[in-house]
Design a protein around this ligand. Structure first.
Ligand SMILES: *[C@@H]1O[C@H](CO)[C@@H](O)[C@H](O)[C@H]1NC(C)=O
Ligand SMILES: *[C@@H]1O[C@H](CO)[C@@H](O)[C@H](O)[C@H]1NC(C)=O
Ligand SMILES: *[C@@H]1O[C@H](CO)[C@@H](O)[C@H](O)[C@H]1NC(C)=O
Ligand SMILES: *[C@@H]1O[C@H](CO)[C@@H](O)[C@H](O)[C@H]1NC(C)=O
Ligand SMILES: *[C@@H]1O[C@H](CO)[C@@H](O)[C@H](O)[C@H]1NC(C)=O
Ligand SMILES: *[C@@H]1O[C@H](CO)[C@@H](O)[C@H](O)[C@H]1NC(C)=O
Ligand SMILES: *[C@@H]1O[C@H](CO)[C@@H](O)[C@H](O)[C@H]1NC(C)=O
Ligand SMILES: *[C@@H]1O[C@H](CO)[C@@H](O)[C@H](O)[C@H]1NC(C)=O
Ligand SMILES: *[C@@H]1O[C@H](CO)[C@@H](O)[C@H](O)[C@H]1NC(C)=O
Ligand SMILES: *[C@@H]1O[C@H](CO)[C@@H](O)[C@H](O)[C@H]1NC(C)=O
Length: 544
């Protein structure tokens, strides 16, 4: 066992370690450690599936608490293949069909002689690009191409397409545009002789708007529409609502937040009611390393896909709802019928007959009686199904994930290095610190990853230069190498500020974990800390 000797280390490093000790527990990437005391539970819930060993914990204890410092949040798209709208993938077969049509239609075949200028709108140019991409990017599903456009060079075209990663189960589409140089192959067909990197085909992005005469659009993802819908008086009165007051879950960890929110949504679905959603989220201090305080007023849309939620579940924004409610009560003699429910012990099944417009669950009891998810415990668990399919991660964060992976051409391996508090706790993890020391990392990586591969390191180790030794063998990439993706010149920055009344939004600890994890999942070879780097157990000694 290796004893660390603090006095011999530079003071800066000690401070960093101290900070990491205090603040970075959120970055600990083990698979879930949750201690939920649930009296009963639904087998399909993914947390239980992903951690069967924890089932004991769930059933042994009786108090409802989440130990939530160390987990990666799973959301619907991670494990539920969604009802995919018929998706036209661009496959080799599809390309051949297009090609056959071209051949039959007698359109003049460009001869090898006239490579003065490649005609970018010639369908054969696009076919060459489609084939090239299919061959090169095996982990990508190509969904749609735009007609290539010319550049200032005669033999180059810029091409834009939409895609998704095969690892992504949602059907959301991402965008890439690259620059290609062409030559001629067999039978004078076009052939790609050079392809530029991620987002190199800037003309393709510009053109399709400027052609219709509009000003160049801001660089933002036009496919996101998470505006908050408003109801209007008549549709407000026709609705039936389930309204949860803030309970003890507020400012707890994200896993508890999701577990509770999905309980509420599940109950609303069971009762055929519209769920009143508070878009203002409180982010627990563990995810705020700079302040180490709970931070209120975080927008739900920073983390989750509100647009998808709107489509998948019946919801109304709490602000809109309360405004309409007040307006109604002011302007009508008969107040809106409301039924207040004070205890979670009133089950959803007892409420099915209630005709009140608003069912208002209040969570005023002391902890842990005031957790939302307690509504779904016991008998209720048989009736309420958490609508996991409705909750996806924010597309804005996923755009960053795509960008990082795309810049490595989706051709990278990854190392998952868990350090932080666990590495310091030699009682529970006796070998972790040594096994994740720079020399050990290099030695172990060499056995599993080919030299000079792109190596993405997902880690909670805050010291950037900690992995420098690996640079002698690998092209090392760390999340902080991509800072500009959330800096004040980024698309993400603009878009999140727009949600925040123009004020800048911090790229917080939770977002970091989410992006880091998602990039990790897209790696070709994935080396995990537990199992691959160390024999210590994920949850401490004697847990595996
Ligand atoms: C549950 O919580 C109550 C009150 O907070 C406490 O008295 C009791 O010891 C707890 N039980 C367990 C198993 O932690
Ligand atoms: C293609 O060419 C053939 C013979 O050269 C002709 O009969 C046919 O009409 C042409 N088809 C089209 C679509 O031009
Ligand atoms: C380029 O190809 C398109 C489609 O085949 C054709 O309509 C267009 O006239 C061609 N342009 C030139 C300059 O050859
Ligand atoms: C693209 O092609 C059109 C027509 O062939 C030409 O007018 C235009 O100048 C070209 N654009 C560039 C950037 O070369
Ligand atoms: C080239 O053309 C010939 C005759 O049209 C055809 O038999 C051959 O398969 C073509 N080769 C390729 C690679 O397309
Ligand atoms: C966004 O979606 C809302 C409905 O939720 C719709 O009313 C609005 O027109 C959409 N906005 C855009 C720009 O598509
Ligand atoms: C909700 O609606 C469905 C279908 O319309 C119906 O079968 C079910 O009984 C309703 N549930 C409640 C609690 O009203
Ligand atoms: C972005 O941040 C840098 C320093 O972090 C600052 O110098 C610059 O003025 C900022 N730019 C904008 C547009 O806010
Ligand atoms: C962000 O917004 C500013 C001001 O609206 C704009 O000048 C800038 O180009 C935008 N940046 C990106 C990357 O969208
Ligand atoms: C990591 O360990 C797991 C479980 O033993 C194994 O399946 C996997 O292949 C290992 N990964 C690498 C990169 O060796």
């Amino acid at each position: 066992m290796k004893e660390s000797n603090p006095s011999s280390e530079p003071i800066g490093q000690n401070i960093i370690k101290l900070i990491s000790n205090l603040c970075f527990s959120a970055f600990v990437f083990s698979v879930l450690i949750i201690t939920v005391i649930a009296i009963t539970y639904q087998p399909p819930d993914p947390w239980l599936e992903s951690a069967p060993a924890l089932t004991k914990l769930f059933t042994e204890s009786e108090n409802a608490t989440f130990k939530d410092d160390s987990s990666i949040l799973k959301t619907g798209e991670d494990f539920i293949a969604p009802a995919v709208p018929p998706e036209s993938r661009i496959t080799e077969a599809a390309i051949e069909t297009t090609e056959a049509k071209l051949t039959n239609s007698n359109s003049t075949h460009s001869g090898c002689g006239d490579l003065q200028r490649v005609n970018c709108s010639d369908p054969r140019v696009l076919i060459a690009v489609e084939r090239f991409n299919l061959r090169l990017f095996k982990t990508i599903v190509f969904l749609e191409y735009q007609t290539p456009v010319n550049t200032s060079k005669a033999d180059e075209c810029d091409v834009l397409w939409r895609f998704r990663n095969k690892k992504d189960k949602s059907w959301r589409r991402y965008r890439d545009f690259r620059r290609f140089r062409f030559g001629f192959g067999v039978n004078c067909s076009y052939k790609v002789v050079h392809a530029g990197g991620w987002h190199s085909g800037v003309n393709a992005r510009r053109s399709h708007r400027s052609r219709v005469g509009r000003v160049a659009p801001p660089a933002r993802d036009e496919e996101i529409n998470d505006t908050i819908p408003s109801l209007g008086e008549t549709s407000f009165r026709r609705g039936k609502y389930l309204y949860y007051s803030r309970g003890g879950d507020y400012c707890k960890g994200m896993n508890q937040y999701v577990w509770s929110l999905l309980c509420g949504l599940g109950e609303a679905m069971y009762l055929n009611r519209t769920f009143v959603l508070d878009l203002s989220v409180c982010l627990a201090s563990t995810y705020n390393p700079t302040t180490n305080k709970d931070e209120e007023g975080k927008d739900f849309r920073y983390y989750f896909d509100f647009e998808h939620l709107k489509e998948a579940a019946s919801i109304v924004d709490e602000g809109e709802f309360l405004r309409d409610w007040r307006k109604w009560d002011r302007s009508h003699k008969r107040k809106l019928p409301v039924k207040k429910v004070v205890s979670h012990k009133t089950t959803p099944m007892q409420l099915t007959k209630d005709r009140s417009t608003v069912l208002w669950r209040q969570f005023d009891a002391p902890e842990p009686e005031n957790y939302w998810y307690r509504v779904c415990e016991g008998q209720a668990a048989k009736y309420i199904h958490r609508p996991w399919h409705a909750l996806w991660k924010s597309k804005r964060l996923m755009n960053i994930v795509s960008e990082i992976s795309g810049r490595m051409d989706w051709d990278f391996d990854a190392l998952h290095v868990v350090r932080g508090d666990k590495a310091k706790n030699t009682q529970l993890w006796p070998h972790l610190d040594y096994d994740t020391s720079p020399d050990q990392l290099l030695a172990k990586a060499k056995a599993m990853v080919q030299p000079w591969r792109n190596l993405y390191i997902a880690t909670n180790e805050p010291f950037y230069n900690y992995f420098d030794k690996l640079r002698s063998q690998y092209k090392v990439h760390l999340l902080d190498d991509y800072k500009e993706l959330w800096s004040n010149t980024s698309e993400w920055y603009n878009e999140t500020a727009a949600l925040n009344n123009g004020r800048p939004v911090e790229f917080d600890g939770y977002m970091r974990v989410e992006v880091d994890t998602e990039v990790l999942y897209r790696a070709k070879t994935r080396v995990e800390t537990f199992y691959n780097l160390t024999k210590d157990c994920k949850d401490g000694v004697f847990t595996c």
